[in-house]
Design a protein. Structure first.
Length: 307
């Protein structure tokens, strides 16, 4: 059941690339009935990237699926960041950017202000904000890509641009992307670049790809996922110092998951392996990585190998 609190999301999954908002919100249809299931749920004009006005839930069969902490967001303009199936009485629900995805919002009580429409399919850069660290998409922008930097533009109501006047000196300059840095406070994907020595976060939505684009990553290679390995000869598969990986939260094999809560801040980040760290108490091979400065031993079984 999807209640008001942040919970496991299931149901509809969307790719967030290739979306942009349009200013026309005429003739929008939002289903106001419930009793759907995750298998047959419909969202009408509500899509990821749509801009809506939030409203208090009205009861359906006596259930409002509401928490008093949601009151402060009522009437706000928000961007849909994910479609999350239905709640306990079959009302379609979504997550939005203004509460950082904390609550499930029923679409039946919101008003569509602008819809999300496909942009040119040839655009290699997602020019859409309102993403989360779990759903961020960078399109063809990746480390090694050459781009022309642009001044940040407003992405929607309440956007503070994430801009410093010192960045003006690099606008129009070519730069090489050095790292992908998840999203800023408005959910816009950001990167660091060579031109400013990695000092600032640059929104990819305002840049252009040029010659020297990084080649596509190679097909994914298999990382050994079993524990109980000997400390004398752990199996690391394709992982080497310098390998690029995406960090994942440790899952328990038998017993302890070997996890510290502070590690959560790096989950989902791309980083490089800096060295092997042997096996942990459960015989799971571990490595050190650049993202946390080598502070923690990360289980390779929960990583994704990039290159």
């Amino acid at each position: 059941m999807k209640t008001f609190a942040l919970a496991h999301a299931f149901g509809v999954a969307l790719v967030l690339t290739g979306l942009a908002t349009t200013s026309t919100a005429s003739a929008q249809f939002v289903p106001t009935q419930c009793d759907f299931s995750d298998a047959n749920v419909t969202y009408g004009s509500i899509t990821v990237g749509a801009t809506v006005q939030l409203a208090m839930h009205t009861p359906w069969r006596g259930d409002a699926n509401w928490n008093a902490d949601m009151n402060r967001f009522v009437g706000m303009t928000a961007i849909i960041t994910s479609l999350d199936g239905v709640d306990g009485v079959g009302c379609p629900v979504v997550r939005v950017n203004v509460d950082s995805g904390q609550f499930y919002w029923r679409i039946r009580d919101m008003r569509v202000l602008s819809v999300a429409m496909p942009v040119a399919p040839t655009d290699p850069i997602p020019r859409y904000c309102g993403m989360t660290t779990a759903s961020v998409q960078f399109g063809m922008v990746r480390p090694g890509a050459t781009v022309v930097l642009g001044a940040h533009t407003f992405a929607g109501p309440g956007d503070d641009l994430n801009w410093s006047a010192e960045m003006n000196r690099w606008v129009g300059s070519q730069a090489v992307v050095t790292s992908l840095e998840q999203v800023d406070g408005f959910g816009c994907p950001v990167v660091r670049v060579s031109a400013d020595g990695g000092q600032y976060y640059w929104r990819i939505r305002d840049m252009q790809l040029v010659g020297g684009m990084a080649p596509p990553p190679p097909p994914a290679m298999t990382i050994p996922t079993w524990c109980g390995q000997s400390s004398d000869a752990p199996q690391y598969g394709p992982l080497r110092p310098g390998s690029w990986v995406v960090l994942g939260m440790h899952t328990a094999d038998v017993g302890d998951a070997n996890w510290a809560g502070e590690m959560s801040r790096w989950v989902g980040q791309q980083t490089t392996v800096t060295g092997y760290a042997g096996t942990d108490a459960q015989g799971c091979p571990t490595v050190r990585v650049a993202a946390d400065g080598g502070q923690y031993a990360w289980r390779i079984r929960n990583m994704t190998f990039l290159r």
